[in-house]
Each structure stands twice: as C-alpha cells, then as structure tokens.
Design a protein around this ligand. Structure first.
Ligand SMILES: Cc1cc2nc3c(=O)[nH]c(=O)nc-3n(C[C@H](O)[C@H](O)[C@H](O)COP(=O)(O)OP(=O)(O)OC[C@H]3O[C@@H](n4cnc5c(N)ncnc54)[C@H](O)[C@@H]3O)c2cc1C
Length: 435
C-alpha cells in the first residue's frame, strides 16, 4: 500500500485550468452603475445576468482571483434544490411557493447548460445525471424522497434496484438508488472563468486582488466602495462575498456561518476507474453526512465529504477522505491521492440562500446574495437572475426569499452548534446504518 500523499499545492481544479494573467486591481476613483463584490458564482451570475439584460457600467471587485472561494473548489455537481431539504421547504413555504422556489433551481440548471453552449465554455461538463445511492438497507428512504419530488416538485427521479446499481457502481455498500436525469457535473473553475470571460466581453470591468474594505452611503443615495487602491461611486452595490467576507458589512457577516468542507482527487486510475464506476453520473448517498464523488475525464476519482469549522491541512483531508473512499471501494487501497483541499461554504441559520436588499440602517438599499451552503451551484445562478431582474427594474425579487432574511448566527456559538449538529447527525447515520 502506498501512503496517501497530497500535493500541498493547489486544488485539482487550479492545477488544470488556465487562468491567464491576473486582471489589474482597482486603482483611482471611478463611477459605476453597479458594483458587485465577490467573483464567485453568485457575483459572476449577477454580472452576466445584468449584461444579458443590457445593463452597462458594471464593475466586479474580487479580493483574490476569480472563483478562488467555494465556487472554484467545489464538487462540481449541478443539480436542483437548495441546502434546505425539499420536505422542509414545503413545510415552511407551503406547497405552491415551495414548488415555485424549487422550480427556480431547475431553470437555473437549464440556464447553466445553456450558457456553457452559448458562450462555448469548455468546462468538461458531463451530462450523466446524478445518483442518490441509498446507504441504508431501507427502501422507505428512497420511497419518501421519490414521492416528495414527484408530488411537490413535479420531478421524476427513476428508481434503481440493488442489482442494477451494482452494475453501475461496483460496490456492495448501497441498497439501491434514485437517478436524477437532469443533473450534470463539470469543472467548476473552468466554468467560472468562462462566465467571467463572457461578462467581460459584455463590458463588465473585472478587478482581481481588489478586496473591498468599506461601503458607505453618500448623501445623493449612491454608495462609495473602497479598496486599498481605489474607490467606486455606484448606484447599486451587490454583496456576493461568500464565506470569506470579513469586516465589510457586519449585518451580512453576522448572518453567515463559514463552514469548511473537503475534496480530494486520486491519481489517474486508467481503465480501472470505469470498471469500478461504469456510471457517468455524479454520485452521493442518503446519509446526512454523505460522501459525494464522480469520475474525472483524466480517469481520476474526485471524492468529497465531511464538514468542519476548523482549518485542516491537505494531509489530514486526504487521510479522512481516503478512509471514507475505502469504505465504499476497498479495492482502491493502493490508489495514490494527488490532491486534497478544502473550501469555505457560507451557511445561513435557516439553510436557505439570502437573496435580498438591506431595508434599514446606514446601508439600506445594498443588495446581497449569500448563504448558499453546500448546495450552491444552481442557487447562485438563481440569485444572479433574481438580482439582475430586480436591479434592471424588470421584476422584484421572488417573494420566497424575503422570508429567509439575514437571521443572526451568533458566532462562535452558532459554529459550535453547527459542528455539534453535524456530529450528532453522523452518529444517527451510523446507528441507522447498523440497524
Ligand atoms: C468543497 C466544496 C464542495 C462543494 N460542492 C458543491 C457541489 O458539488 N454542488 C453544489 O451545488 N454546491 C457545492 N458547494 C457549494 C457551492 O460551491 C457554494 O455554495 C457556491 O460556490 C457559493 O458561491 P458564492 O459566490 O456565494 O461564494 P464564493 O465562491 O465563496 O465566492 C465569494 C467570492 O467573494 C470574494 N470576496 C470575499 N470578500 C471579499 C471582499 N471584501 N472584496 C472582494 N471580494 C471578496 C471571495 O474571494 C470569493 O471569490 C461546495 C462547496 C465547497 C466548499
């Protein structure tokens, strides 16, 4: 057995994407119609959504490099829904509004597909659907989910029995699965860079290494946004800073729990990978603390899971994710781990995205799109569309999001509570698994 070895270097995505030269930081004093803070998926989708609606004068300010946060480091699953589960969505919003809200993410999945084609974004998209594999020997788990999706969201996820699944994913770990045909997976960093290029081609000015330090409201109703090197006077400001936003807008930061989650990629496994996982789907399982994985085009296995409120070194990440992988695929004992990395999600207490506009205080009028949690690829596109519609004056924000405001998370207690809840859920999963 070879010991797990991680390159301390960047994520697999950083190692395989061509970023090109950095965009120049903001310098000097300028005016803008819209200033967007943060070039993750939420900020990028807002910028491109505005361009597509004919809005000009957009400036996007990014503290590091494009999609250097969760958006360029995630599992690459593109599917409907939110971090908040479907059953809770129905319970909280009622059947009609929940269906509309879920439907926004389905439209977003279609839009992401459309943009990949329309802007010729080479992001290794694999239209293979997603498999929700049942970790428990209990069909009721899948029955419930399938019924919920069919009855409340009008979505049909196909049932796959144990034997059929074992031909698609060669392991004895699962008792069956649901197949979500509309899902796909991609190289998230290449996608983000493609969206950034499309936005720039549409006139957006994009500045990297331009951390926003302060936002203030001016007497004429506009906002002044300051970085270390320059200032912008803008009619609209959109905060899309994800889990790394610090020291800019306390009301937004207090409403978010930055929580880490982890991914690794094996060495290229050659024909062995397809023999083990003939399915082209993105795969995850029915536990609360689930594994997720998918085949990469260069025959590596990308594997993710776990959450923590603490920072972990790549060696630690590789060690615990490798142990998870071996529980499902023991034959990968000798597979080397080439990359292991983490990323910060931003979670709201209610687990729904916070897409809205500050309606009080010194910064009333500032738009925000944050709190996408671990299920954010489609919802960030929902946010981009909703904000672009609202800012361009076409349609107010969807009602459903008003309900999910900037609820305070009471850090650090909120973080400790989130970690404790996760461990409790892990214990429950283990107990159910043994039953
Ligand atoms: C490891 C991991 C795996 C995941 N897997 C999946 C998955 O498979 N499918 C899925 O749907 N979701 C997944 N998610 C969740 C998804 O990636 C996130 O919900 C989504 O990317 C959040 O996008 P964002 O734009 O809100 O935040 P981010 O991507 O974090 O972007 C915020 C940006 O704002 C910048 N910024 C912060 N502060 C400032 C400032 N002061 N000035 C300027 N810029 C600033 C940051 O540098 C960053 O680039 C995963 C997340 C992680 C971490």
């Amino acid at each position: 057995m070879s010991a797990p070895a991680t390159s301390a270097a960047p994520s697999y995505y950083e190692a395989t994407a061509d970023r090109g030269p950095p965009r120049a930081p903001l310098a000097g004093a300028h005016d803008a119609e819209v200033c967007i803070v943060g070039a993750g998926f939420a900020g990028l989708a807002t910028a491109l959504g505005l361009v597509e609606r004919g809005v000009q004068g957009i400036v996007l300010l990014e503290a590091g490099r494009i999609a250097c946060g969760a958006s360029g480091r995630n599992g690459g699953f593109v599917f409907g829904g939110y971090s908040l589960g479907g059953a809770e969505l129905v319970a909280q919003l009622g059947a009609e509004e929940a269906r509309a809200c879920y439907g926004l993410t389905q439209t977003a999945v279609d839009l992401i597909r459309h943009r990949i084609a329309a802007y010729a974004i080479e992001c290794e998209a694999v239209d293979g659907g997603a498999l929700l594999a049942n970790w428990f020997d209990d069909d009721a788990v899948l029955d419930r989910e399938q019924r919920l999706l069919r009855e409340h969201f009008g979505v049909e996820w196909r049932r796959i029995g144990r034997d059929e699944l074992a031909r698609q994913v060669v392991t004895t770990r699962y008792s069956g699965a649901l197949f979500e045909p509309d899902a796909f997976h991609f190289h998230p960093l290449k996608y983000a860079l493609g969206i950034a290029r499309a936005a720039q081609a549409g006139g957006v000015l994009l500045h990297e290494h331009s951390a926003v330090r302060a936002v203030e409201r001016l007497a004429d109703g506009r906002f002044r946004v300051a970085t270390d090197g320059g200032t912008l006077r803008a009619r609209h400001v959109v905060i899309a800073g994800g889990g790394t936003l610090r020291g800019v807008l306390p009301a937004i930061e207090r409403a978010m729990l930055p929580i880490a989650t982890y991914v690794m990629a094996t060495e290229p496994l050659g024909a062995r990978l397809e023999a083990l996982i003939p399915s082209r789907a993105a795969i995850y399982d029915t536990r609360f603390a689930f594994d997720y994985y998918r085949r990469l085009n260069d025959t590596r296995l990308l594997w993710g899971g776990r959450i923590s409120v603490r920072d972990r070194r790549p060696e630690q990440i590789a060690r615990f994710l490798r142990a998870d992988m071996l529980r499902v695929f023991p034959s990968l004992e000798d597979a080397r781990i080439d990359f292991a990395w983490g990323g910060l999600m931003s979670y709201a207490r209610h687990k729904m995205p916070q897409i809205g506009r500050m309606d009080g205080g010194a910064l009333a009028g500032v738009w925000h799109a944050c709190g996408f949690g671990g299920h954010g690829v489609a919802p960030t596109t929902v946010a981009g569309e909703a904000l672009a519609e609202a800012i361009s004056g076409r349609r107010p924000l969807p009602d459903a999001f008003r309900r999910y405001g900037l609820a305070r998370t009471w850090r650090p207690f909120g973080l400790l509570a989130a970690q404790a809840a996760y461990h409790l859920a892990e214990l429950k999963d283990a107990w159910r698994g043994r039953r």
